[in-house]
Design a protein around this ligand. Sequence first.
Ligand code: GDP
Ligand code: MG
Length: 439
Amino acid sequence: GLSSRLQNVFSKLRGKGKVSEEDVTEAMREVRLALLEADVNFKVVKEFVAKVKEKAVGKEVMDSFTPGMVIIDIVNKELTELMGGTQSKLAKSSKPPTVIMMAGLQGAGKTTTTGKLAKLLQKQNSRPLLVAADIYRPAAIKQLQVLGEQIKVPVFSLGDQTSPVEIARQGLQHAKDNHHDYVIIDTAGRLHIDADLMEELKQIHSEVKPDEVLLVVDAMTGQDAVNVAESFNAQLTLTGVVLTKLDGDTRGGAALSVKAVTGCPIKFAALGEKIDALEPFHPERMASRILGMGDMLSLIEKAQSNIDTEKAKEMERKMRNAEFTFEDFLEQMDQVKKLGPLDQLMDMIPGMGKMKQTKDLKVDEKQMGRIEAIVHSMTTEEKQQPDIINHNRRKRIAAGSGTSLAEVNRLIKQFDEMRRVMKQFSDMMGPKGGKNKAM
Ligand code: GDP
Ligand code: MG
């Protein structure tokens, strides 16, 4: 995929001392290929590469001891910019209810996303109303009702014999009468864009005057998703895009091109069929994910909502300074266990996603117990200063924990690697911790 291709480009540079302009040109050629292969729009790629190259050539890169890191940093920033820079929030009407109209082709995920969005809003203590305005697709109304029941959000419907415009109008009135603060209108899609569909959407639009028109597009369709967004946007001024099916084997091209081509920000990303698989879209996190740096921010956010915040802050600081010890490691393992499936978490930690792929570094829940035993067999001094753990100490630890010398060696190697990756990550983000305030 895109991320491993880019990682290859950068690991070639990483080992180098000084880089020449040819090195940068070569790296940019590969970045260009990687993006094109990921189905990013051709024009977008061209402009992107030109921008990165301009910033990379000349400046600090050539003089830096870690030119690869400087280039990654530039690419990371430009990718973030490409996707809109900062997170684009959902509009909120000063005169409730806020009206959200969903649009998109059939099968893109409109109805599912309608339910997911309601769930997100509900979590923020809002009282959304869903409106079933797809009267064409068999069972579309039922599908929305089932979702509504699941999350206990009311669904307004007038069956399939009333026009969608009239359903939308009455739905909005119902929301006002019942003091809902959000109305989400689920509309019909077609397999292809056609005049009838657009006409109907325009009519609904002029009837309810939505605060948000969210276009739902399937990320798996790559370049097509971008074309669809362009056509919809030309006829029905969109306020945001929802990228669905990012959990699948997408090449990432849609996420990278949509904003640049349409000017319309991606507001949400859907990562699965389940009702809670929708999240606000963060350009900077997506950029990090693409670059294979894992998603530290998501991890830390997740940690903060599940973990003691004081501890989480301390953990952040230590990770940033690469100061953590085996004692912290143990504590983190405890905390991590509370967070959920280990596999998912590993993907979020820089370097870990890649490490996971190598068989001997595979960590599962059962193995965590053995790792804990090893760390518990260390003395306090060893936990705090892992560098002193020489061969004899390793043998003692292996015997004490009922594991093997090979396992102890492996863990220490893994631990060193983790510290190294984190150090790189924090160096890359700059001495003050980069621009990501949330960290
Ligand atoms: P609509 O025709 O636009 O309303 O699309 P639906 O909401 O009915 O979704 C079409 C199919 O895509 C359904 O099977 C959904 O479960 C599935 N789907 C929607 N969003 C996602 C997603 O983010 N990930 C995955 N894997 N499937 C999704
Ligand atoms: Mg639908």
